[in-house]
Ligand binder design. Structure first.
Ligand code: RIB
Length: 307
């Protein structure tokens, strides 16, 4: 079983590659433009399906020309979009992204139809019959909360990637089985600081808030897994970065497949880290997300010891 329900955003990413980011008030005139598919929810759905998951994606698109492009794209990737909603009088979500020569990005999102994604789009039978639900924070908080509470009722696992970062209430945290956060998300949610307080203290605080397992992604420093039974660092892979957009999304989608496939968590995190590493070597969100066989051969070529 690798039955994954992704509930989240779809965006069109309008990308400008620049040598360096402009200062406020400055114009950089020689950027290279691309238009690609993005949105944290969609990126995670694509990552999960390419890693071998059976993916249903619940999302909300607008009533503009981008909507049909997105629907076609999801279908051609083998994603079930039976529950996709097309909102009236509303644009599809758009992300304006600058990527610099080091592969770092700056993103501004206009959520459009993503802000209209409500929990009633999701049938309870769907929640009951899925192995794991994967959500992020580019849709209304209330939607994430309602779905998480329903998942708890049906004993369905919830993986939450609270990106963009925001404070989470304890009732929601109590429904979360896997909380996947980067350093700044961990700091905001815990109210602590990894540099000052240390990884273990920050992870423990989030565990005490209710999530059953915490996975902190640390970029080139790997990942840290923390639960009542396990405290473990997993090394990352060294690659030359072209664009880090969607590395975290790739990690989450692939991790959900590993967990729902019954893999041991350290192995699942290692596989997800390899997928995320591959994704930063290419431009764009979904264009950079690898297939399962690409991840396997990357691991083979870059054999590393997991700490
Ligand atoms: O996480 C990367 C994504 O964030 C981009 O694809 C963009 O759409 C923004 O939502």
């Amino acid at each position: 079983m690798k039955n994954i329900l992704v509930i989240g955003s779809s965006n069109i990413d309008l990308i400008a590659q620049v040598e360096r980011f402009p200062q406020p008030g400055e114009t950089i005139g020689n950027a290279i433009y691309s238009k690609m598919f993005g949105g944290k929810g969609a990126n995670q759905a694509v990552a999960a399906v390419r890693a071998g998951g059976e993916v249903t994606f619940v999302t909300s698109v607008g009533d503009d020309g981008y909507a049909s492009e997105l629907k076609e794209h999801f279908k051609s990737n083998g994603i079930n979009i039976k529950y996709l909603r097309q909102a009236d009088n509303c644009p599809t979500g758009v992300a304006l992204i600058l990527v610099d020569a080091a592969g770092e990005n700056i993103i501004a999102v206009a959520p459009g139809a993503n802000a209209k994604l409500t929990a009633n789009l999701v049938e309870e039978t769907l929640i009951e019959s899925t192995d794991i639900i994967l959500m992020q924070m580019e849709i209304p908080y209330q939607t994430v909360r309602e779905i998480a509470l329903l998942a708890k009722k049906y004993n369905t696992k919830v993986m939450l990637n609270p990106a963009p970062a925001r404070v989470l209430d304890e009732e929601l945290m109590d429904c979360v089985d896997y909380l996947v956060v980067n350093e700044s998300e961990a700091n905001l949610i815990s109210g602590l600081d990894i540099e000052r307080d240390g990884l273990e203290v920050v992870a423990r605080k989030m565990l005490e808030m209710g999530s059953k397992m915490i996975i902190i992604t640390l970029g080139k420093d790997g990942s840290y897994i923390y639960s009542d039974e396990l405290r473990k660092g997993v090394k990352s892979y060294t690659v030359t970065a072209v664009d880090s957009t969607a590395a975290g999304d790739t990690f989450c989608g692939v991790l959900a497949v590993g967990i729902s496939g019954g893999n041991e968590i350290t192995e699942a995190v290692r596989f997800a880290s390899a997928a995320a590493a591959i994704s930063v070597t290419k431009l764009g969100a979904q264009d950079s997300i690898p297939l399962a066989e690409d991840i396997e051969s990357f691991i083979e070529k870059n054999h590393r010891v997991v700490s």
